[in-house]
Design a protein around this ligand. Structure first.
Ligand SMILES: [Fe+2]
Ligand SMILES: [Fe+2]
Length: 312
């Protein structure tokens, strides 16, 4: 993996952990002590002492050397945010000790710090993914990428064998602890995501506020490319200006219950691409959002006769 892939993967895994934490604190009764122990362990020992140090020791000094100033620019903002995050993590420690020691009255204080921390870190990751890393790639010399990867490996090794694998496993446990309770049929989030990725069509989902929340086939070849940066943005900002009125019309009709599908088909080279939009509703009919499906239907269009036996 390249250095951007390594660091962005850390961001993705951490975003899932933070989302699980938010959900656990919002749930009735709050998180269990075991959950708090895992969560605080993860942000302390992985995000603060491992991920942020990869950047501070092996990425930031290098791009500063290549001409990005560490005072008064994006790099300064990133460093200030690391310091702020470290203060939040430090503030979590005595509260965690108190709560785990039986003082559940301190849970709300811990939840507040965790929420502030989460807001900071989510914005921070977004700035790194979309601004700082692309900027770094522009100034870096050809040999620099490998140097950052080696630095990351060295830093991880200094923190004990397999630290990344151990904390990614912990992240899975944290996410599973929250998600398993919510999902029907006992399917965990990973299995559900894998099932959606196995569908022969690409899915995206925007919520009832028109914010992009999900897309499938993230790591595969896609008919329409999507970047993770789209997650959390309004759908109107992801469409060319000339088609925004159409998007708004479809969404308004879905929300008003006047339409149950909107479909389009276009040619892309030899392929026929079928694009459909579906309103998603809960069992009571409440509008939850809109799902887009994108499918290459060229093969389906050519089907004729029957096949009733397995092909060779
Ligand atoms: Fe960072
Ligand atoms: Fe980062």
């Amino acid at each position: 993996m390249t250095w951007t892939e390594l660091l962005k993967r850390d961001h993705e895994v951490t975003e899932r952990v933070l989302a699980a934490g938010e959900k656990a604190f919002a749930a009735k009764g709050g998180p269990t002590n075991a959950f708090i122990g895992m969560l605080v362990d993860y942000v302390t020992h992985y995000v603060d002492r491992c991920h942020n140090q990869k950047e501070e020791q092996h990425l930031f000094p290098l791009i500063e050397k290549r001409g990005i100033p560490s005072i008064g620019g994006p790099l300064a903002v990133m460093l200030a945010e690391h310091r702020q995050a470290k203060e939040y993590v430090a503030a979590m420690q005595p509260l965690t000790t108190a709560v785990l020691g039986g003082d559940r009255a301190r849970l709300a204080e811990l939840g507040k710090i965790f929420a502030d921390y989460t807001e900071l870190v989510k914005g921070h990751f977004w700035k790194e993914n979309d601004i700082l890393y692309p900027m770094a790639l522009q100034v870096m010399q050809p040999e620099d990428g490998d140097a950052v990867v080696r630095g990351i490996e060295k830093l991880e090794a200094s923190l004990g064998p397999g630290i990344r694998a151990r904390y990614y496993k912990l992240a899975d446990d944290i996410v599973a602890a929250v998600d398993l309770e919510d999902l029907a049929y006992g399917l965990d989030r990973k299995t559900l995501a894998a099932m959606l990725n196995a569908l022969p069509l690409e899915l995206s989902f925007i919520d009832a506020d028109d914010t992009v929340r999900y897309f499938s086939h993230e790591h595969g070849d896609k008919i329409f490319g999507r970047t993770r940066g789209a997650i959390g943005t309004k759908v109107q900002n992801c469409h060319p200006q000339k088609s925004v009125h159409l998007v708004n019309q479809i969404l308004a009709e879905f929300k008003a219950g006047k339409r149950s599908v909107a479909e389009f088909w276009i040619d892309m080279g030899p392929r026929k691409i079928h694009i459909r939009y579906w309103p998603v509703r809960d069992p009571d009919g409440r509008y939850l959002g809109c799902m887009e499906t994108v499918q290459d239907v060229s093969g389906i269009q050519k089907l004729s006769g029957q096949r009733r036996l397995l092909d060779a």
